[in-house]
Design a protein around this ligand. Structure first.
Ligand SMILES: [Zn+2]
Length: 623
């Protein structure tokens, strides 16, 4: 980890060596006709000077917050100038850097390279393309001179698409014909910030009225034509989302905005934010299946809110001058946590989720974090700082290790901040006022305004006087035995557990075919009987169970979710433990789980005689 000041110093030095290459543009053409077999062919023409130089492949990817540039997929590299092959050599320490000696008289080199996209989809697992859809992230197909600012590198991008495929992107088209599309020149920053999706099944939906600016467009690609059907209610809700975000922030920092939405179970699921678009993948039947729609209702509101919180306003440690400078994630509880809060609130305000669904989702979040045993050793901030190592880990021992908790716990912290502002100002102000001050300003083209912890505290103090510094340091820098549930309670609600299923968790169980006994016995179990995770400190943990073991039988009977539910019920009226026969690496053993408190599903319950600030929070700002 390096400090921001050190980054700036290194960057100034590297600028001096970069000369004036920035003035000429890199021409980059990507042949996407092989996308269905997940190989993208790129051809670059890069302006150079004679002598030794280094070309770099983007390493630290915005929105991923980590060195996730898909270097392992970079293949078929060939360089030449004036028909002569030019040898290159990889730096033996920095894998993302290629050394080249440019012969005298050569002003540009031609570089061919392929990106294998089977394991990489915008920083998430899974392929970037399928038989019917593709996602092009330009960072996967570009090299640029080492030491240059991405703002200063000009690019002239173009693509060739598979026959008959249509596309969506925030880039401006300058020419189009015979499957090839040329885009207006942009900086490397804008190029990497402007992914392109394409597919055999494509639909464009206008979310703003004709002639209204800036325009908001939803570009949909899907595995089948039927998946593209959007109900009038959903269309109205997405239009309202655009209006609600405008009313919340009071300004828009883009010239036009594209929701690039891929509906597919064949490519890697992700949501990646950009200034003028978001690149999101949802389930194939997202628009058709009410269960999926409810579960993923905050995906687009979250990514949209990032245009303000994360792209326009960005923590200083994440606002790097190019893609080789390391990022620092200490303020991810603002970058992602506030966005998680806003994504859920905007989903409710725009009608994508009901207030009851918002509360069920919030109860699920609060319960999960309150059972994170790892909070005893790992402060929240460390989950952000550790994003490089935490990002793609599985569920095993997650409660003890902690996951990317800066998202969900950030939501709870910002809910608490909102409730305190409402209480301090007797309902006159809320976190909405903070958002207007912090993320508003003047509308216009994208730009980045970095911030520090002190800037956050200062703006909060302008909205409502309070010792924000102490509160926030306590929440993010200290360990604690319980999740910060103060926001829920100040809002007039409390977290309770009972035998009634949680609507949100039930939908997840249906989707993942896992059964959660997290708050009763203390584990989640897959359809195949494998424990996905065991909560440290729970009855199952005390009995000796661990993730990866496989449940075979419950009290002597073959395991099924309903057999296990029946056993929990029976144990309530008994002093006998629940006996689980478990297979662990080829050996079988019976574990006695001493638990008698019945089913426990989280919900929020009203605190009588206290005002319902949460009700106010979810009210739309527009009519
Ligand atoms: Zn996010």
């Amino acid at each position: 980890m390096r400090s921001v000041a050190a980054q700036v110093a290194v960057f100034v030095l590297s600028l001096l060596s970069a000369g004036h290459l920035a003035a000429q543009a890199i021409a980059i053409h990507v042949d996407l006709t092989d996308a269905p077999r997940n190989i993208y062919h790129a051809h670059l023409k890069i302006p150079v000077h004679a002598g030794d130089m280094s070309l770099v492949f983007p390493k630290w990817i915005p929105g991923n917050h980590r060195p996730s540039g898909p270097i392992a997929g970079l293949t078929g590299i060939r360089m030449e100038a004036a028909g002569q092959s030019i040898p290159w050599e990889r730096d033996p320490v920095e894998m993302y850097e290629l050394h080249v000696h440019v012969p005298a008289g050569v002003e540009s080199i031609e570089v061919s390279l392929d990106a294998i996209t089977l394991q990489e989809s915008a920083g998430a697992g899974g392929p970037a393309a399928s038989s019917n859809v593709l996602d092009l992230n330009w960072n996967a197909v570009v090299l640029y001179p080492k030491g240059t600012r991405s703002d200063d590198v000009q690019c002239e991008p173009s693509v060739t698409l598979p026959d008959g495929w249509r596309f969506g992107t925030a880039l401006a088209v300058s020419w189009q014909g015979r499957g090839t599309v040329r885009f207006a020149p942009v900086s490397l920053t804008t190029l990497v910030d402007s992914p392109l999706i394409a597919g055999t099944h494509y639909r464009k939906i206008e979310l703003t009225k004709p002639r209204e600016t800036p325009a908001h467009v939803m570009d949909l690609v899907a595995e089948s034509e039927t998946d593209l059907a959007m109900s009038p209610q959903d269309l109205a809700a997405f239009q309202k989302l655009v209006a609600e975000a405008g009313a919340l922030f009071g300004a828009r920092h883009y010239r036009q905005y594209h929701f690039l939405l891929t509906l597919s179970g064949q490519v890697g699921g992700h949501g990646l934010e950009h200034h003028e678009s978001n690149d999101s993948v949802a389930a194939e039947r997202f628009l058709l299946d009410p269960n999926l729609r409810m579960l993923e209702a905050d995906l687009l509101p979250h990514e949209f809110a990032h245009s303000w919180n994360g792209k326009y306003r960005r923590p200083a440690g994440l606002a790097t001058p190019n893609y080789q400078e390391p990022m620092v994630g200490d303020l991810l509880w603002v970058y992602e946590g506030l966005t998680d809060y806003l994504g859920s609130v905007l989903a409710a305000r725009s009608g994508l989720r009901t207030a009851e669904q918002y509360r069920e989702a919030l109860a699920a979040t609060a319960a999960a974090l309150d059972h994170r045993s790892g909070r005893q050793w790992r402060p929240l901030e460390d989950t952000g700082v550790s994003v490089q190592t935490l990002r793609l880990l599985g569920s095993q021992w997650e409660s003890w290790r902690r996951g990317l908790d800066y998202y969900a716990e950030g939501e709870l912290i910002w809910l608490e901040v909102d409730a305190i502002i409402r209480q301090q100002t007797r309902g006159q102000h809320s976190l909405d006022d903070f958002c207007r001050r912090f993320h508003g300003g003047e509308s216009g083209a994208p730009k980045v305004v970095p911030y520090t912890f002190d800037d956050v505290v200062r703006t909060l103090t302008e909205v409502a006087p309070y010792d924000w510094e102490t509160l926030l340091r306590e929440r993010v820098k200290k360990t604690s035995t319980h999740a910060p549930l103060g926001g829920i309670e100040r809002d007039g609600w409390k977290l309770v557990y009972n035998d009634k299923p949680n609507e949100f968790l039930q939908a997840i169980e249906k989707l993942t075919r896992q059964s959660s006994f997290t708050y009763s016995l203390g584990f989640t179990v897959g359809g195949d009987g494998k424990f996905a995770d065991v909560i440290v400190g729970s009855a199952a943990y005390r009995a000796g169970l661990g993730p990866g073991m496989r449940l075979v039988a419950v009290n002597g009977r073959k395991w099924t979710p309903s057999v296990l539910h029946a056993a929990i019920k029976a144990a309530q009226a008994s002093v006998q433990p629940v006996e689980l026969l478990v297979e662990n690496a080829q050996f079988f053993k019976t574990y006695a789980v001493d638990y008698h408190d019945g089913e426990k599903n989280p919900h929020l319950e009203r605190i009588a005689d206290q005002p319902d600030w949460m009700g106010d929070l979810l009210k739309p700002l527009t009519h």
